[in-house]
Design a protein around this ligand. Structure first.
Ligand code: E4P
Length: 216
């Protein structure tokens, strides 16, 4: 399973990229707004840091506007993935972009029916938002399992990109469900490294070595 970082912050992306395990980046308008910078310049900088796919979302909600903005975003760098909302207009634009070979990430997926339409439109990625589903008392990971089942049954090439990840268990369950990608905030990526037995074990190894008299 690929790991993307879910942020538009260059320092966070640079940090995660330095670990050698980062496959891509997802941004959204809320994350970009926090950075207070020119949108296109920011996307260009992120694309230089990470050679993998970088999702950048359109702001228009009508097909014509989405298509224009999507083309502008796709023109920034070869690794830009145009992020479109799952609406009738978003699906329409996705179908056009699929025919032209423009990579797309269809976002705000909350049902298997939406995911089916996304696959039929030839999207590169579908983004089920697991944390937001959990927030309303439903099971976000169940949606991921259902999408994987449908895509496997029909051999749809659209990749399942698990989004709105809130804790390490979301990442583990995504991998167990056979998702293609999880996009993860920096704080949760950092938690993936941690296990108390690793810390305790390391302390013991080092103190045993220091206490031994005849070892140098
Ligand atoms: C996905 O691409 C989105 O940027 C993101 O995962 C949304 O997560 P949130 O529910 O934590 O805002």
């Amino acid at each position: 399973m690929k790991l993307f970082i879910d942020t538009a912050n260059v320092a966070e992306i640079t940090e995660a990229a330095s670990w050698g395990i980062l496959d891509g980046v997802t941004t959204n308008p809320s994350l970009v707004a926090k950075e207070g910078r020119s949108y296109h310049e920011l996307v260009a900088e992120i694309c230089r840091i990470v050679p993998g796919p970088v999702s950048a979302e359109v702001l228009a909600t009508d097909a014509e506007g989405m298509e224009r903005e999507g083309r502008e975003l796709a023109g920034i760098a070869e690794n830009v993935v145009v992020k479109l909302p799952i609406t009738q207009d978003g699906i329409k634009v996705c179908s056009h972009f699929s025919e032209e070979g423009i990579a797309t990430n269809l976002t705000l997926c909350f049902s298997p029916a939406q995911a089916l339409l996304v696959a039929k439109a030839g999207a590169t990625y579908v983004s089920p938002f697991v944390g937001r589903i959990d927030d309303v008392g439903q099971d976000g990971m169940q949606l991921v399992r259902e999408i994987v089942q449908i895509y496997d049954a029909y051999e749809f090439p659209t990749q399942v990109l698990v989004a709105s990840v809130r804790h390490p268990q979301h990442v583990v369950e995504s991998a167990l469900a056979g998702a293609d990608v999880a996009t993860v905030p920096l704080k949760v990526l950092q938690l993936l490294f941690r296990h108390p037995l690793t810390d305790i074990g390391l302390q013991h190894f080092l103190s045993d070595f220091r206490e031994a008299k005849d070892v140098h």
